[in-house]
Each structure stands twice: as C-alpha cells, then as structure tokens.
Design a protein around this ligand. Sequence first.
Ligand code: SDX
Length: 378
Amino acid sequence: MADKEIMRGLKDVYIDTSEASFVDGQVGKLLYRGYNIHDLAEKSTFEEVIHLLLYAGLPRKDQLAELDATLRANREIPDEVVQVLRLVKDSHPMDALRTGVSALAAFDPEVDDNSPEATVRKGLRLTAQGPTVVAAHHRIRNGNEPVGPNADLNHAGNFLYMLSGAVPDEETQRLMDVDFILHAEHSSNASSFGARVTASTLSDLHSAIVTGIGVLKGPWHGGAAEAVMKMAQDIGQPENAEEYARKLLDSGGRIMGFGHRVYKAEDPRARHLRTRSQELGEKMGEPHWFQILRYMEEKVMVPYRSKGIYVNVDFFAGSIYHLLGIPEDLFIPIFALGRIPGWTLQCIEQYENNILMRPLLDYTGAMDLEYVPIEQRG
Ligand code: SDX
C-alpha cells in the first residue's frame, strides 16, 4: 500500500471550519468571533465574552443584563453534589471539578438534549455552577463549610468570595475577570478537541465538559500554570534562575509556560498577565516572583525564540494566583472555569454539522498468526 502520511499529534491538521476563534501562530494573534483578545482583555468582561461566544455577538445592555441574571440565578449546586464533594474531599481540585460536573449531569433536566438552544442553556448553567463546585470542594477539604453564592457579585468576584468567604476588592475581582476572559476559548486545543470528539458521537455536553477537564489537567496543557509556580518556588530568587533552567534544559526537561503547538511568536494573552503580575507583585511587596519569571523570559529563554518557543498564557498566570493567596492546585481549575464557554461553543459547532471523529492508526504489528492452544504453548 502507498506510504501513509502519519500526522502525529495531528500537527497542522485541520479537522473542520469554526467561527469560534482565529489563532495566527506566526504573528501571535487571537480573535474571539472576530474581536481581538487585546480589546476584549482590556475593555470587556467575562460575562460579555460569554455572550459573544455563545450568542455570536457582543451583547446590548439588556442582553448582558439578562445573561448576567441567568448566571447569578444558576450558581447554586444541589446538596447531593455537595455530598459527593465531601466524599472526594482529599482529591485534586481538578478531579473534584470533573466529579462535580459528572454529578451535576444527574440533576440537569436537559442533560440529553443536544439542541443548540439546550446546549447554550446547559453551558451557561455549568459556567455558573463550576465556580461553586471548585469553591465548595476547597472549603470542605480545609475543614470549612461551603460559602453560598453572593448574587451581588459578578462571576469572578463571586468565585473569589466563595473561596475565601470575604468579598474581594474591585481590583482583585477585575484581575480574575481578565483571567477568565483570556482563558475562555482557543480553537482546537487538546481539551476542546477532546470535547469535540465526545460531541461527535452525539454524547451529551456534560460528558464533553468532563472530557475537557480530564484533558486540560495534563501539565503539557492546562497544568502548566501550576508547574510554573512550583518552578518559581524552587528557583527562590532571580539570581538562581539561570542555573536552574540550565540544569533542567540540559537534562532534556522543559520550561513550563513556554512553547506552544500553534504560537511561534509570543502568545498574545501573555502580555495581559505579565503587566498584572508585575503590578500585583509590587503592590503586595513580593516583586521577586515576577523578577524570577521575567529573568527566565528575558535572559534564559531568549535563545529558544529562534525555535519558535515563546512564553504562553500559562507563564505569568500562576504568579498572579499565588499573590492572591490561591493555592497552586487551584490554578488548573481556574483555567477550566474560564474555558467552559469555549468548550460549550465547540460542542455546539460540532453538533450543528456533525461527523464522527475517527482517525486511523497505521498497524505495524504481526499479521495472520496461527492460534496455538494453551496446551501446546510450552
Ligand atoms: C496551553 O493548544 C492550545 O491552544 C493550548 C492553550 C489553550 O488556550 O488551550 O493555548 C493553553 O496549553 C498552553 C501550553 C501550556 N503548556 C506548557 O507550557 C508546557 C510546556 N510546553 C511544551 O511541552 C510544548 O511547548 C507544547 C506541548 C505546549 C507544544 O509542543 P509541540 O508543539 O508538540 O512541540 P514539541 O513538543 O515537538 O517541541 C518542539 C521542540 C522540541 O525540541 P527538539 O526535540 O525539536 O529539539 O521544542 C522543544 C522540544 O523539546 N520545546 C521546549 C519547550 N517546548 C517545546 N523546550 C524547552 N521548554 C519548552 N517549554
């Protein structure tokens, strides 16, 4: 047979068309439904971006108010789901989120309805409930009772409130809001692709989101932010960065938060977290985290730019969460909470023009062996 062209990792393979987001990896450009991430990060809100993604347009004031009210009205989770979270209180928060979404499926009246309208409604409910699942598990694992949602706060502010029990200041709310915007959607990344594969069998949105959570957890995808902060803590001070990185790279290791399958220039999302990491570090009297990361970026990793390896969205995110007092193992769940609207939109697109995702493997094993009964196998 003619040599088969094997595209490992599906590198450079287009699987479909999409109107969700445009990513130009050569110049580092990202658009959500046509709008530049730089405008969205600095001028919009996560609620606006959710509307943009799920309703294909920026909202008028009345539409934004309706979406905001829908999110606030759907933040509660059933007591049964809280009980499940108590049973898994010692699990990693990503496992708790995955388990919580699975449990929520049992209480969603539209779980098996894959129509665009129902999928949007379920996506909004999961976007609203996700923070409640993560925060409730976090409170329970620390021996505290969950803090119920605060309908007076926006999505980002309410998440932080449910984590700590204290209403965050405006600046902190805005930090988390921008972070959710930056993580909301990113074309066919591994977790969105996994969600699409799930939807392509006509399985339900809850199952697709569970797939996305499981895929995102890996350190080569969403898990990088947690790994970057652990690296920064291992380095300790800026002057140690060079030796640390040299040892890691010379041993064939990778600097987490750098490199990207598509971006061969700076990830356009990184700049919005870089400036906020520096400002927050100075405000909190802990500038050395940013200094360590900046030294890594501006000194150690410069030679890698010739290979198209630049900082990505995960590199500075962890330092911001750390400075906000958020433990490392909540970094990936925060990424997941931001990505729920993107996963939902990718599933809607898949359902609307579905085709089963079923690639091939080129078999290189033995052929046509004779079956030998066990008595004769020596
Ligand atoms: C996200 O896809 C998305 O859109 C994801 C995401 C989203 O919004 O959903 O943008 C979010 O996941 C960002 C990426 C977070 N992951 C990390 O930061 C983990 C560290 N980075 C990598 O391991 C790596 O860069 C990948 C996995 C992200 C991408 O790798 P590729 O495209 O598969 O490239 P590769 O593994 O084949 O590496 C090519 C070369 C190799 O060297 P050679 O074998 O050719 O000599 O680049 C080197 C790699 O060793 N390399 C790195 C490196 N990343 C790649 N070397 C050092 N440090 C790194 N971080």
